[in-house]
Write a protein that binds this ligand. Sequence first.
Ligand code: AMP
Length: 395
Amino acid sequence: MQLKDLKDAELKGKKVIARFDFNVPLSKTEPRTITDTSRIDMAIPTIRMILEKGASKLILISHLGRPDGEVNPKYSLEPVAEYLANKLGTDVILSASAIDNGVKNLLQLPETKVVLLENIRFIAGEEKNDQALSEKLASYGDIYVNDAFGAAHRKHASVYGINAFFKGRAYAGLLMKKEIDSLSTLLDKPAKPFVAVIGGAKVSDKIKTLEKMMVLVDTLLIGGAMAYPFLKAKGIEVGKSLCSDEDVSLAKQLLMQDKGGKIQLPKDHVASLEFGGAPLPCPGTNIPSDQMGLDIGPLTIAAYSDHIKTAKTIFWNGPMGLFENKDFSKGTMSIAHAIAETKAFSVVGGGDSVAAVQQSGEAQNFSHVSTGGGASLEYIERGELPGIQALKYGV
Ligand code: AMP
């Protein structure tokens, strides 16, 4: 069931407990400030809708970072509470703990409207899908809303187990719905040609995504460090580039499966004598033995852009090089611009590629920028996620 279909009368005066993914990047030094607010910004329409439909209280749950079940002030949601309060123009009270006895008292006060529970991963039961924790959280609200697509691949208490206590009263938020609709379009009815661009660090990290893409797409453009095991598997020299034996054997298997010639590999590179050192053009496919590839070269950018131009559906995950360093960001930025220029249905998913799209200034020219890193890849691999299943069918 979806929040947008819930009638105002059904929500009026109700206490809503809602799970969001406010796992935003924070500055490394004090005062800790949010360096990219996208995940909170994309949750705002759901929050506003709950309040506008007349909920009496809104209790927000989120995790931040990986505190591993222990209280760690470094991962406090305080900066999130502050940002939300400014953005919503209302007080947002941060509870001392998600299971603090004071939460219930707080909710008795007429002036309390929005409460943000402190980082749910400060409590060990969250990642263990502890039933008592789910029950405690459920006791705060009459209705449950899950808008945390980025956490929907986790079988955690606030995402999964909690659904047991809201039979017929659990709803998907607006962002959750948008994520599912966009990714389902890729899986169920992609307009052809379908081109996927897959980059990043390791083949082994994304082997399931690559296998799924081999089935779905017409063309699979490989970039980033991910490309070198494929090149090596074809007998091409990759010098000192990132390239493990395990990845070479996985790449070999994928190349063997690729009867239709879907896989495209870099034709040239930008290399360096050392990681992040001075950039050196590498105009051929082979990389000299004393160099490492750190970006795709101009011939590859042109060839990949030509494939992208013909596409009606595009999925992108993983940067084309060491894009965090300006000297090796051209491949990734060029791919972002090439995708943005098309009229294709375009989806970018995965933490680093989303950061790259933001950096390119092209985010608004993509059909969908997925907030889920691991969650979007798992959804593509399996067509389902535990948190979504639980929302639909209970646990
Ligand atoms: P992933 O999380 O698998 O998408 O990997 C993203 C990371 O891979 C980014 O931090 C990139 O800087 C890094 N990366 C991409 N291409 C290369 C490369 N050619 N050499 C080293 N690191 C790379």
